[in-house]
Design a protein around this ligand. Structure first.
Ligand SMILES: Nc1ncnc2c1ncn2[C@@H]1O[C@H](COP(=O)(O)OP(=O)(O)OP(=O)(O)O)[C@@H](O)[C@H]1O
Length: 384
């Protein structure tokens, strides 16, 4: 990081104050969507519980990778975490400041909403949609500087743009600055969106499937670039990935955590080796089982095996099961699982929302659930 860029970071941290508070805290966050239209909304209490009571903290220079099947609420949770989606319940706090309180009651806020917006950025899956096709890279990158770095004159702005293009390995920077998005490859476009996010000197970046659209051969390169720059800029990341192998790579290199989501909740969280090698939640085992193996012998064995689920189908998010939402699919479910919703408990090496993590729980004395029909080869929607 250049001295200028480093100084900016320090200034923002000082402005934000509150050293004793976590950088980001999600407290019992819920995002429930009303479904139906018109009068139906009032007559029906059906709602999609996209996120349903999530607690999560993010420290400075931290990484959490959210993993789970399609529709489990990863994007909704990620957007809530960076202030792009207003929760219908609970709170999201940036350095102790409730984000939505700062928006609704600016006078009482310790940190302005505008400052919070700057501090939280997003990189989308599809960089082509995120970049204005009719503007050159130079103009695209000048926008955030004009908005948030008003002290910079045209010359300094140009130098800053070149410097950030170099950070994201786009050299010669002058050449790339003159291009339009259609003159860039997919990987180059994603580098521009990363550079643009970093220009805001953010504390947190939400990277929503930011590498999924890239060629497999470019994914590791992009992950490495993001992780190198994470060290340079001390940025925290919430990554969203449907791919457990990528999640492991990201979390392991950065010393971060993997959070496994299922139907609106985090069901297991911990270090990458712990979550993947010694999971305590039966759903994490399912994800691990469904991740394709590079080892042909393991792959052949998997084909012969039955998936470790009792049912293949994911329940309707408008009508989630009682108790533990995973219990109808869980091979270890007992009656206690249908009656009560587990919290995250300290498990062997992770935190897991499963009664089996507790030595003294009525789970152990309750009846096993009868086997459900429908076991077979599951299409679980994770992995490539
Ligand atoms: N604006 C909305 N209105 C109603 N339902 C929504 C809305 N946005 C998301 N949902 C629903 O909320 C649930 C969670 O969606 P979300 O996009 O967060 O999941 P996801 O895990 O990111 O999925 P994917 O991996 O497919 O992107 C899904 O059932 C989805 O259909």
């Amino acid at each position: 990081m250049s001295t200028d860029d480093a100084t900016d970071g320090e200034q923002h941290d000082e402005e934000a104050g509150r050293a004793d508070e976590p950088l980001l805290a999600l407290e019992d966050v819920e995002v429930h969507y009303d479904t139906g239209t018109g009068i139906e909304r009032y007559l029906s209490d059906k709602r999609v519980k996209a996120v349903d009571g999530v607690n999560l903290e993010l420290e400075e220079n931290d990484i959490v990778v959210l993993v789970g099947e399609s529709g489990c609420g990863k994007t909704t949770l990620g957007k809530s975490a960076v202030g792009l989606e207003r929760p219908t319940g609970g709170a999201v706090k940036y350095r102790g400041q409730d984000i939505w309180e700062a928006k609704d009651h600016p006078r009482g806020a310790d940190i302005e909403f505008r400052e919070i917006r700057r501090a939280m950025q997003i990189i989308h899956q599809d960089p082509a949609n995120a970049l204005n096709a009719s503007r050159r890279v130079r103009a695209i990158l000048a926008d955030p500087l004009k908005k948030y770095r008003t002290e910079l004159g045209p010359q300094e702005r140009e130098e800053t743009i070149y410097r950030y293009l170099e950070y994201v390995d786009m050299t010669p920077a002058e050449d790339y600055a003159d291009r339009y998005p259609h003159q860039l490859s997919g990987g180059e476009k994603q580098r521009i969106t990363l550079g643009r996010a970093l220009l805001m000197n953010p504390d947190v970046i939400l990277a929503d499937e930011a590498i999924s659209a890239l060629d497999v051969s470019l994914r590791v390169e992009m992950m490495d670039l993001i992780l190198d720059l994470q060290e340079t800029f001390d940025t925290s990341y919430v990554f969203i990935s449907h791919d457990l192998a990528n999640a492991r790579y990201l979390a392991k290199r950065a010393g971060g955590r993997i959070a496994i989501m299922y139907l609106g909740n985090i069901v297991e969280i911990g270090g990458p080796d712990e979550v993947i090698q010694n999971p305590s939640h039966p759903y994490t085992e399912v994800l691990r089982w469904s991740t394709p193996s590079m080892d042909p012998d393991v792959a052949m064995e998997r084909i012969k095996e039955k998936p470790p689920v009792r049912r293949i189908d994911v329940p309707d998010p408008q009508d989630p099961p009682s108790g533990c939402a995973f219990h109808p699919r869980c091979t270890k479910a007992r009656e206690a699982c249908a009656a009560e919703d587990p919290e995250l408990y300290d498990a062997e090496e992770t935190e897991a929302a499963c009664f089996r993590a507790l030595d003294n729980h009525e789970y152990w004395s309750s009846q096993e659930l009868e086997d459900a029909e429908g076991s077979g080869t599951a299409e679980l929607g994770v992995g490539d």
